[in-house]
Ligand binder design. Structure first.
Ligand SMILES: Nc1ncnc2c1ncn2[C@@H]1O[C@H](COP(=O)(O)OP(=O)(O)OP(=O)(O)O)[C@@H](O)[C@H]1O
Length: 232
């Protein structure tokens, strides 16, 4: 199966601070891949490097088989990566529907559009005219996911999607992401909730000080083993 996202010996910096020191990872088409690790090891930086926020100064990143130059934020989006960022970044002066339309900017063809997103998230359909910031935390997370899907991404990048959500809402989020996975969506998932990881991911890698120190298949591990590897 072809890879939708590959990091090959990636070295990335913020100014002079080296954060990723030879990171390798590969997400196959249709695969859900979890990037795990304690706070501050560089998980978000791997995404920031794709969008030019951290600086790629060694190795290579390819998205959908095409190499990223890593200088401009829109380049990764144009190649097919869609980000569901930590903290959700809902645009506060826009309605739900306007936030969704913003996500369609890369204009790739595919199954996702307003109708499909509203069918998947009926709460968003009901609130399409409300300001995005008037939604609950769970609804805002669904909006962030819906906005990313609007670009018909090759790979969906999810940064701590469960953060700040109540357990019952996390269960709903898990259902929604499991539905996307069943539909064949390729995902890179950064997530602290290891129960969600074991439910959703096919493979995992554990990051420590900017490089992977363990990796494997989720079906061959347990939540307890993952907890030990991540050290939480
Ligand atoms: N924009 C930035 N400018 C400079 N340094 C940063 C920036 N963002 C993160 N860092 C630093 O880079 C290192 C890696 O941070 P990163 O956010 O990638 O970690 P993480 O593994 O995602 O952890 P967390 O779960 O806390 O988000 C940390 O030392 C952090 O302080």
């Amino acid at each position: 199966m072809s890879s939708v996202l590959a990091f090959d010996g990636v070295r990335a910096y913020y100014d002079d601070a080296l954060i990723l020191d030879g990171l390798d990872l590969e997400v196959a088409e249709g695969e859900s891949f979890a990037l795990l690790g304690p706070n501050g090891v560089g998980k978000t930086t791997s995404l920031n490097t794709m969008f030019g926020i951290a600086h790629l100064r060694g190795g290579a990143i390819t998205i959908g088989g095409r190499r990223l130059r890593g200088r401009a934020p829109h380049e990764a989006a144009a190649l097919g990566a869609a980000l569901v960022p930590q903290g959700r970044w809902i645009l506060s002066s826009l309605t739900v529907e306007e936030n969704l339309v913003v996500g369609s900017a890369p204009r790739r063809k595919g199954p996702w559009g307003l109708a499909a997103v509203y069918e998947m998230f009926p709460d968003l359909a009901e609130r399409r005219g409300s300001l995005g910031t008037h939604l609950s935390g769970g609804q805002q997370q669904m909006l962030a996911i819906g906005r990313a899907l609007m670009s018909n991404p090759t790979v969906l990048l999810l940064d701590e999607p469960s953060e700040g959500l109540a357990p019952v809402v996390i269960d709903l989020l898990g259902d929604c992401l499991a539905g996307l996975k069943a539909a064949g969506t390729s995902m890179l998932l950064i997530e602290q909730r290891l129960d969600l990881v074991t439910r959703l991911a096919d493979r995992y890698a554990v990051l420590l000080k900017g490089e992977t120190v363990a990796e494997g298949r989720i079906e061959e591990t347990t939540t307890e083993t993952l907890r030990e590897l991540v050290g939480v």
